[in-house]
Each structure stands twice: as structure tokens, then as C-alpha cells.
Write a protein that binds this ligand. Sequence first.
Ligand code: AMP
Ligand code: MG
Length: 273
Amino acid sequence: MPTTNDYRVKPGSKAKLSDWDPENTAGLDREDAEAKLEANRERIAELQYKMYAEGKRALLVIFQAMDAAGKDSTTRHVFKGVNPTGIEVTSFKKPSEEELAHDFLWRIHKAVPARGSIGVFNRSHYEDVLVVRVEDLVPKKVWSRRYELIRAFESQLRQAGTEIVKIYLHISKEQQRRRLLKRITDPKRHWKFNAADFEARAKWDDYREAYEDALAECSTEDAPWHVVPADHKWFRKYLVSEIVREALERIDPKYPGPEIDPAEAMALVERYD
Ligand code: AMP
Ligand code: MG
């Protein structure tokens, strides 16, 4: 049986994306994976509710990927059953003028989940060593120091009680082509069409190199990266649900006990009845 550990970038190792097959399905069949996804969803909802009640720890799930790899769709499917009060999804776009006037982690820190909550990042501070590097938006001297800043930032979040899960959705260039074309041919997907996606696609190898460095530099024991094969949607959803469920199991939240002795509480009820 495959485990999520098989998809973890071992801290300190080189991350060669060619070692992971985007079409991999770990020998699972689709029906089986869908049943497991369903069970995971329920468990995730249950654990999230407990974590919210406990109010001590938080879970941050970071998604990074090339366009059309399924960041939105995976989020929708995996977190379907979760109480909306305890979850917040943040999509990071091109920084605003105000954001650019601050350090690159400023907007990120403001969006991290509060104790008791799940935060999902659709893109993240990793864009600051990915698109920023590929598009030469700041000098190398600046972006190359960011890996260390990111490790320190994440380690600090961890010490404050936030479990961090980082997921790279690994799509093949051929599969991306098919999905981007659908955005042109399918009227329901027209809104997703963005010419910039094709520009990023043209720089596929540069992005790959930038991703490999980000994964190698920032997969730590505290906050490891996972490479999730993303060509098969059903496998992608299943594997992400496994990774998220396991993270919540590690947090192992507990319902808090009563603040006052139940007998005293009953006495109060009776007194004021
Ligand atoms: P989408 O996720 O399709 O809505 O696109 C968001 C766009 O914002 C992508 O092209 C990202 O590369 C871009 N983006 C996100 N963060 C940054 C950043 N820190 N600097 C520059 N571009 C960014
Ligand atoms: Mg897009």
C-alpha cells in the first residue's frame, strides 16, 4: 500500500521532478480512491470541528502548481464537508502597490490561519521565489536569500502551533495543454482563460528549475513539501485528502473539558431557573 511518505520531498535531498510521474496512481483503482476520499472528507470535517473547539492549534495548507494543475478544484473537493466558520481560503495574486511597499511576507503573515482554523493558500510566499525569479522581478541577490527567510518564517509559525502542509500539484506539460485548451473551447471555462498562462507555459523549464530549488531548499522536517501527481484528478484529490487528514490526526485536537464543575453548573441553572 502506498503511503503519503512516498510523495514527501525528503529534507536535505535534491528534488528532481523527473523522479515523480505526473500520471502515477500508486496502483489504486478509481472507485477505491473515490471511496477513500469520501471517508477522508468526513474525518477531516470531524477533526476540524474539534480543532476549532479546542482553539489551540491551526493547520495551513499551501498549494503551488503550474496553471490548470487543479489548485482550486482540489480545494473544493477536499474541504467540501468542513464548517465554513473554521476555514479560510486565500488566493495570492500579483501583489498590490501596498503589498509591494512591504516585505514579501507581510501579506502572507496577515493571512495565516488563527488558532482553531484551517487556512488554505492558493499560491503563496513561494511565488516570490518562482514567478519572481523566472520573470526577473527582483535581482537574484534578493530572491536567493528568500529560501532562508521562508524556512525561518515557517518554523516560527510551527512553534506558534501551526501545522504546515505544502503541496506541489505535479502536472505534465501535455496534460496542461489539454486543460488550457478546454478553457478556450468550453464556454463554462472561458472565465479561466488567461493569456499569461501560455506565457508561463512557454517558460516551462525555467519554472521547473525554480520549483525544484524551492522544493529542495524548503522541504523541512517541520514543513515538508509533497509532490502530488496531478494528471489524474481522482488520484490528486485522494492523495491530498490523505495528506490533510494525516496532518489533522497529528494535531490530534481534543474537545476542551468544562470550565466549571458540572455539578456547580447544574446548581447555577437551578438557582436562576
Ligand atoms: P491565478 O492564480 O490564475 O489567479 O493567477 C495569479 C497570478 O498572480 C499568477 O500569474 C501568479 O504568478 C501571480 N502572482 C502571485 N504571487 C505573485 C508575486 N508575489 N509576484 C508576482 N506575481 C505573483
Ligand atoms: Mg490562472
